[in-house]
Design a protein around this ligand. Structure first.
Ligand code: AMP
Ligand code: MG
Length: 346
């Protein structure tokens, strides 16, 4: 398949006049699969009401069928076609956080493709905060099911070039709107339980949610590996660079010592660090993902850094760890998954 590429300026004045997006929207209506930028990561979109279209997402990504997708909408009216009820709490959250990196799990209506929900009685929905995503969904005039636009298991794409790397030849097109913003995926919040429950930490923090709706729980499956996660996607290894990654909870000197030991065995070693600590390390590839003092910059650069280790051709990677608070919860969740749960505590 020939993958088309459209470059669009996300800052154009008149959001109704994206000629390239019209072409992409036509392909979406024709049940093709299109990658597009959102404020979190690049998404791989298809018409959420069409089994045929949604099946193409799973095929292109190599995604397991039991992992449901998030449906993206551009206008609130679209929600009525997808869900059977919006609780007062969900309404408050929508008012406060949409468009934005918060996905709500709500009771579904018939008509949503079973392939989207993986047979569940609920559907996950969000409105992305990105002018290009909103224009594309609005012009296609369909709800768009979209997981991250990477091959399953790989780090999520934060640049169009990442999508190209993974999916060129496998999808109808890529809308290139530059670098995404938040860098980690949306927070997935189950609004069907008595106390709303975070199934996946992400761009909106627990503290931010609690300021608006009071008590919020975290799915025990996220913390405790023996519990079955309620969000099916959380059980898969994800976000992984090609070389094995180990997260180290310890000092810089300890990480440097681990790196030296592997080098002595003849291996090429990568260290994932931050701008503050970059000059401290000696290894084959020392890459920083943002500033430790500004965790949002770490979220924004994390996946790009993980992908860059592939280009550096290292054999093993050690990563610093981050405080599990605020956006740090999402950062550590992705890092630990990328490491396949390999953690060394000093
Ligand atoms: P991704 O599409 O890769 O960003 O992942 C979407 C996440 O949302 C996965 O972890 C899914 O398991 C989760 N998800 C999607 N739909 C539902 C649903 N109806 N109930 C619970 N989790 C869901
Ligand atoms: Mg994903």
């Amino acid at each position: 398949m020939n993958t088309k590429l459209w470059v669009v300026d996300k800052d154009v004045e008149n959001k109704n006049s994206y000629p390239q997006i019209e072409e992409a929207a036509v392909l979406l209506r024709q049940k093709e699969v299109i990658a597009f930028p959102t404020e979190t990561v690049y998404g791989l979109g298809a018409d959420a009401t069409s089994d045929e279209a949604v099946a193409k997402i799973f095929e292109a990504k190599g995604r397991p069928n039991d992992n449901p997708l998030i449906v993206h909408i551009a206008k609130l009216e679209q929600l009525n076609h997808l869900v059977s009820a919006v609780s007062p709490v969900a309404q408050q959250l929508i008012k406060h956080f949409w468009p934005g990196p918060l996905t709500l799990v709500l009771p579904k209506k018939d008509g949503v493709s079973e392939k989207v929900t993986a047979g569940l009685e609920t559907v996950a929905v969000r409105m992305p905060d990105h002018p290009v995503a909103l224009a594309l969904i609005a012009q296609a005039n369909v709800s768009v099911a979209a997981p991250s636009a990477n091959r399953s298991g790989r780090p999520s794409p934060t640049l169009a070039s990442h999508v190209y790397e993974d999916l060129n030849g496998k999808i109808a097109g890529i809308v290139d709107g530059g670098a995404t913003g938040v860098g980690v995926e949306s927070t997935v919040l189950d609004c069907t339980s008595d106390i709303p429950t975070i199934l996946r930490p992400g761009g909106v923090t627990k503290e931010q949610l609690e300021e608006v709706i009071g008590q919020v729980m975290i799915d025990p499956g996220l913390e405790n590996e023996t519990e079955k996660p309620k969000s099916p996607g959380m059980k898969y290894t994800h976000y992984a660079p090609k070389a094995p990654l180990t997260v180290v909870e310890g000092t810089r000197s300890y990480i440097q010592q681990l790196a030296k030991e592997k080098q002595a065995e003849g291996l090429k070693v990568g260290v994932l660090t931050t701008e503050e600590n970059h000059s401290f390390y000696q290894a084959d590839a020392v890459l920083s993902c943002g500033k430790r003092s500004e965790p949002a910059t770490v979220a924004a650069k994390l996946y790009e850094a993980l992908r860059a280790f592939d280009a550096a051709g290292v054999d093993v990677i050690y990563s610093e760890s981050f405080p599990k608070e605020g956006i740090g919860i999402a950062i550590m969740n992705r890092l630990i998954k990328a490491a396949g749960h390999q953690i060394i505590v000093e």
